[in-house]
Design a protein around this ligand. Structure first.
Ligand code: CP
Length: 352
């Protein structure tokens, strides 16, 4: 398939026609109607943060394509990397992206990086090293893409998780097989309560994925937990260009009425970004009311339940939803692999 993009960093930077082509190829690969082969090609991945699905699905994708993959845990398996320009590296960093990117480009045909500065691996707290306005520029990812001589895939940054968005987009297409597909179908992305302040990358990409399909998109959240206005404005423009629309609401009943897809996600507030103890104290009042359960689902139009995983059972979503036939979270996770096979085939070769 032809494509107009060099790197895959944000769904907002990929033309809708390319997203459509990637999803159609992914569906064809899944149905065994198409074959893609990348023998002898190598994917290199740098993980600054933990992962199950992203790492396993990319490694599986590359193996099924006949290629190979290298996954490095950044900082543990590697040197510490610097991406800022013009600084003396007399601190904790030993290698600059200006060397790292071209060197890895000699070994690998495509690179992936997961780097979210909002670190959430401790049981109760989150830590961040800068302001949202600074971190949403994804300095390391953008520097790697600037200095690499091969395509770069964002495996989740501060601002975006485009591979999750692509897989969700494929899943929505798969679940709406009619002549109009998902266009005009009601999709609700809802905030859900969580013990910690989680990154906004995934909901940013999920919103864009549904919007770019021309769906009737609703973003449901408590006041103060809206997504970045630039992200919402871009998604609204995408939705309208594709024949759909987007609204932001705090009214749960209105949001759930008529919904055919309910996607839950936890994320931190831009209002409190970096002041996570304050956020935790404020959002405690939302704990019970913003856990998705069967009562939520009963107000929808028989919605399918979506979540990117991992999910905290009994906190974000009740068992009665996750264990019900409405839950399509495992299919969503499977589609990460097919969507990424299509992406890799598109970046590195042609389907056979
Ligand atoms: N959804 C997702 O990206 O999962 P992992 O964090 O396990 O890769």
């Amino acid at each position: 398939m032809s494509r107009s993009f060099r790197h895959f960093l944000s769904l907002r930077e990929i033309p809708r026609e390319d997203l459509d082509a990637l999803c159609l190829l992914a569906l064809s690969l899944k149905r065994r109607e198409a074959v893609a082969r990348l023998p002898g090609r190598v994917l290199g991945m740098l993980f600054f943060n933990p992962s199950v699905r992203t790492r396993a699905s990319f490694e599986s994708a590359m193996a099924r394509l006949g290629g190979a993959s290298i996954a490095l845990a950044a900082g543990r398996d590697t040197w510490n990397f610097e991406h800022r320009e013009g600084i003396a590296m007399d601190g904790a960093t030993q290698e600059h992206v200006k060397e790292l990117a071209p060197v890895l480009s000699r070994y690998c045909d495509v690179l992936g990086v997961r780097k979210s500065e909002l670190v959430t691996t401790s049981a109760t707290t989150a830590e961040v090293s800068g302001s949202w306005d600074d971190l949403k520029r994804d300095g390391f990812l953008r520097a790697l893409a600037r200095y690499a001589t091969v395509p770069v895939i964002n495996l989740e940054s501060n601002a975006d998780h485009p591979c999750q968005g692509l897989a969700d987009r494929m899943t929505l297409l798969e679940r709406c097989p009619g002549p109009d597909g998902p266009r005009g179908v009601k999709y609700v992305l809802t905030w859900a309560w969580h013990t910690k302040s989680l990154p906004m990358a995934t909901p940013n990409s999920q919103l864009e994925a549904a919007a770019s399909l021309g769906m009737d998109v609703t973003l449901l959240c408590p006041e103060g937990w809206e997504l970045d206005p630039e992200v919402t404005a871009a998604a609204r423009a995408s939705a309208e260009a594709a024949g759909g629309g987007l609204r932001v609401t705090h009214d749960r009943d209105a949001a759930l009425a008529g919904a055919r897809f309910l996607c839950a996600k936890e994320w931190g507030s831009t209002r409190y970004y970096g002041r996570f103890d304050e956020e935790r104290r404020d959002k405690e009042r939302l704990r019970e009311a913003w856990r998705v359960d069967g009562r939520w689902m009963a107000r929808t139009a028989g919605a399918s339940f979506m979540h990117c995983l991992p999910v905290r059972r009994g906190v974000v979503v009740a068992d009665d939803v996750l264990d019900s036939p409405a839950s399509i979270v495992v299919d969503q996770a499977e589609n990460r692999m097919w969507a990424q096979m299509a992406l890799l085939a598109s970046l590195l070769g042609e389907p056979g």
